[in-house]
Each structure stands twice: as structure tokens, then as C-alpha cells.
Design a protein around this ligand. Structure first.
Ligand code: HEC
Length: 96
């Protein structure tokens, strides 16, 4: 019975996981826009993402993640996400 409850619990989580995948690029992007909000003054310390295409954003994120681009904050953030999540958020940000 205990084991059955465990299986039911796991099955119940599957649709939640699928919905989460759809929402994650949007959810991650909301974090990014706390700092990289449109219309904010561009500065070297806090660059705007407007004008970068998806490939450029993705490349920058992967370089931050794998310590190939010197930076202060982004390497820590980029390491929190999978490469697929970084690609998805780059595509999302380039579209919005
Ligand atoms: C707490 C503020 C903050 C958040 C949140 C943040 N960034 Fe950044 N971002 C920075 C800073 C500061 C830099 C400059 C590089 C550095 O020092 O880390 C930067 C640089 C970048 C660059 C390079 C831009 C260029 O023209 O060189 C990209 C791309 C980028 N961020 C994307 C993102 C994405 C995507 C997210 C969300 C996953 C994100 N950032 C979240 C502060 C932030």
C-alpha cells in the first residue's frame, strides 16, 4: 500500500513536470529582466540585451557558464541552468 501510494505520487507529478517545461523559459527570463530590463540605461556594468539575437545571447551565456568570458555575476547565474535552459531563455529573450 505504501509502495502504491509512492507510485501514484510519482504519476501525479508527470503532468506538472510537462507544464513546467513550457513555463520555464518565461520564468527564467523574468529573473533576467530584473537586471536587464528594457529601457534601463545601458552601462558596461549592466548591459542591455536589446539588439542581441538568440545565438549571441546563448553564446554569451555558455561562455559565462564555462568560464570563457570574464565577468562578475553572470558566471554564477549561468551555472545554475542546463545548456538547454540557457538556449531556451536566449530564444525567449530574443523574441520578447
Ligand atoms: C543580478 C543582475 C543580473 C541578472 C539577474 C542577470 N544578469 Fe545578465 N548581466 C549582469 C551583469 C552585471 C552583466 C555584465 C557581466 C558580469 O559582470 O557578470 C551581465 C551580462 C549579460 C550578458 C552579456 C551581454 C553583453 O552584451 O555582453 C548576457 C547575454 C546576459 N547577461 C544575459 C542574462 C540572462 C539570459 C539572464 C537570466 C538567466 C541574466 N543575464 C540575468 C547582471 C545580471
Amino acid at each position: 500500500m505504501r509502495r502504491l501510494r509512492g507510485i501514484v505520487y510519482v504519476l501525479a507529478l508527470i503532468p506538472v513536470q510537462a507544464a513546467h517545461a513550457d513555463l520555464s523559459a518565461h520564468a527564467i527570463a523574468m529573473n533576467c529582466l530584473n537586471c536587464h530590463a528594457r529601457g534601463r540605461t545601458e552601462s558596461a556594468a549592466l548591459p542591455t540585451l536589446a539588439g542581441l539575437n538568440a545565438a549571441e545571447i546563448e553564446r554569451a551565456l555558455l561562455e559565462f557558464k564555462y568560464d570563457k568570458r570574464p565577468a562578475t555575476l553572470m558566471p554564477r547565474l549561468a551555472k545554475a541552468y542546463s545548456d538547454a535552459e540557457l538556449a531556451a531563455v536566449a530564444a525567449y529573450l530574443a523574441r520578447h
